[in-house]
Unconditional design. Structure first.
Lengths: 211, 180
C-alpha cells in the first residue's frame, strides 16, 4: 500500500526535466539559521511521521514538516525532496536526514531517524508475528497472494503512466527497454547494470546535444 | 550470533541501497535476487509474505528488507538490515544537502535528472514483472495484477482502493477454490 508514495515519487522524478535550475537556485533557503528546532522536537516530530505514515511516509512527512510544525516552507520542502529523489535510497528518508542535518547536525539525524523508524519497526514485527500465527489459514494465504499481485500491478501501472509522459524519444524508449531487460529478464546484478545504463544514458544525452 | 551472516547481510543490502535510484520498491528484483536466489535468507513464499506484511505496517518501504533481516537473523538482523539501507544513501544525502544550491545548478545534476527517468521506468516495469513472477499464480492473480495496473495507469484515483478490492477478490476467489 505504498501506492501514493511510489506514485508521487515516480511522477516527481519524471517532472524533473521541466524544473529549471535557475528556479532551484532562487529558492535557496535559510534553514541553517532556524536553530530553534531541538533534537527533542525532531524526535517527536518524526515519531509522528512514522506513526501516521500508512501507505508510505512521503505524505505524512510533508504534513508534519510543512503543515503542522512549519519547519520548512512548501517550496523548501519540494526542493529538498527533489534533491533526495535523484539520490539512491528512499527519498522520504533521505529528505528527513537532510532536514535533520540542517537543524541539528549528526545528533539531529540520529534523533530524527530513531523517531521515524521505531514505531514502524515494532509494528512490523508485531504484524509479522500475527501473520505467522495465522499463516496456515488458507484465506490469509489467498489475501497475501492477491496483495502481492496487486503490488505487481501497481508497479506496472505506475511505470506505464509515467512512460506516457517520459518516453517521448527513441533513445529514452531504448533506455527503458534496456533497463527492463537487464533487470527483469536477464537478472543482471544491479550495480554493473546501473553503471552501464547510466553511462549509456549520459552518452545518448551527449550525442543528442551535438545535433 | 551469526556474525558472518550478518556481515554478508549488511554488505549486500548496503550496496543495493547505494544503487537504489528511484526508491526501494524499484529494487524488489535485486532484493529478491540476493535474498532468495543467492543467500537463501527466504524462499519465494516467505519473500512474498514479507512483502505483503511490510506493506501493511506503517512507515517507509525499506521495511521489506528489515523484515527479511529479522526472518533470517532475528533482532540483530532487523537492525543490521535497516541500518544498511539507511546509512549509505544517508551519507550521500548529507553531503548533497550541505552542497545544496551549488550542486543543484551543476551540469552533472541536470544530466542525472534528465537521464534517470527512462531507466527508472524500465526498472519499475522489471519490478512489477518479477513481483508477479514470484507470487502470481493462476487466472485470478493475472486478472488482479492487470486490473490494478490498468486502473493505476489510466485513472487518478487513490491506488489504495484497487488494492483493497484485490485482496477481497483474492480471499473470495480462494475461498471458492479459484486460487491454487
Amino acid at each position: 500500500m505504498r501506492a501514493e508514495h511510489i506514485g508521487s515519487s515516480i511522477v516527481a522524478i519524471t517532472q524533473v526535466d521541466e524544473m529549471e535550475s535557475g528556479r532551484l537556485a532562487a529558492s535557496k533557503w535559510e534553514m541553517g539559521r532556524r536553530s530553534h528546532v531541538s533534537c527533542l522536537d525532531l524526535l517527536l516530530g518524526f515519531l509522528t511521521v512514522g506513526m501516521i505514515g500508512f501507505g508510505g511516509i512521503a505524505n505524512a512527512l510533508f504534513h508534519v514538516v510543512v503543515d503542522k510544525k512549519k519547519w520548512l516552507t512548501s517550496e523548501e520542502y519540494t526542493m529538498t525532496f527533489g534533491l533526495a529523489q535523484i539520490l539512491p535510497g528512499a527519498a522520504p528518508i533521505n529528505t528527513s536526514i537532510m532536514i535533520a542535518d540542517r537543524f541539528r547536525g549528526f545528533r539531529g539525524i540520529v534523533c530524527a531517524i530513531g523517531g521515524l523508524l521505531c514505531v514502524p519497526l515494532i509494528s512490523l514485527i508485531m504484524l509479522a508475528m500475527v501473520y505467522d500465527h495465522f499463516a496456515d489459514v488458507p484465506e490469509v494465504r489467498y489475501g497475501t497472494i492477491a496483495s502481492v499481485a496487486a503490488a505487481a500491478g501497481l508497479s506496472l501501472g505506475t511505470a506505464l503512466k509515467a512512460s506516457f509522459r517520459v518516453l517521448h524519444s527513441v533513445p529514452r524508449i531504448i533506455m527503458a527497454v534496456a533497463s527492463f531487460a537487464a533487470i527483469g529478464i536477464f537478472r543482471v546484478p544491479m550495480i554493473p547494470a546501473m553503471l552501464a545504463l547510466m553511462i549509456a544514458a549520459f552518452a545518448f544525452d551527449y550525442l543528442g546535444r551535438g545535433k | 550470533m551469526n556474525l558472518a551472516g550478518l556481515l554478508i547481510l549488511a554488505i549486500s543490502f548496503a550496496t543495493t541501497a547505494l544503487v537504489s535510484f528511484g526508491g526501494i520498491l524499484v529494487m524488489v528484483p535485486e532484493i529478491h535476487r540476493q535474498s532468495v536466489e543467492i543467500y537463501h535468507w527466504a524462499n519465494d513464499a516467505e519473500f512474498a509474505s514479507a512483502f505483503a506484511v511490510s506493506q501493511m505496517a506503517p512507515g517507509p518501504n525499506i521495511m521489506l528488507m528489515s523484515l527479511i533481516g529479522w526472518r533470517a537473523f532475528g533482532i540483530a538482523g532487523l537492525l543490521v538490515a535497516t541500518l544498511a539501507i539507511v546509512i549509505p544513501p544517508g551519507i550521500l544525502a548529507v553531503v548533497t544537502g550541505r552542497m545544496e544550491v551549488k550542486f543543484s545548478t551543476s551540469a552533472f545534476f541536470k544530466l542525472v535528472r534528465s537521464s534517470l527517468p527512462p531507466i527508472v521506468i524500465g526498472l519499475m516495469m522489471a519490478s512489477g514483472f518479477i513481483t508477479a513472477k514470484i507470487a502470481v499464480e493462476g487466472f485470478i492473480g493475472v486478472f488482479i495484477a492487470a486490473g490494478v495496473a490498468i486502473s493505476v495507469a489510466l485513472t487518478k484515483q487513490n491506488p489504495l482502493i484497487p488494492i483493497v478490492l484485490s485482496i477481497a477478490v483474492g480471499v473470495v476467489a480462494g475461498h471458492f477454490g479459484y486460487m491454487s
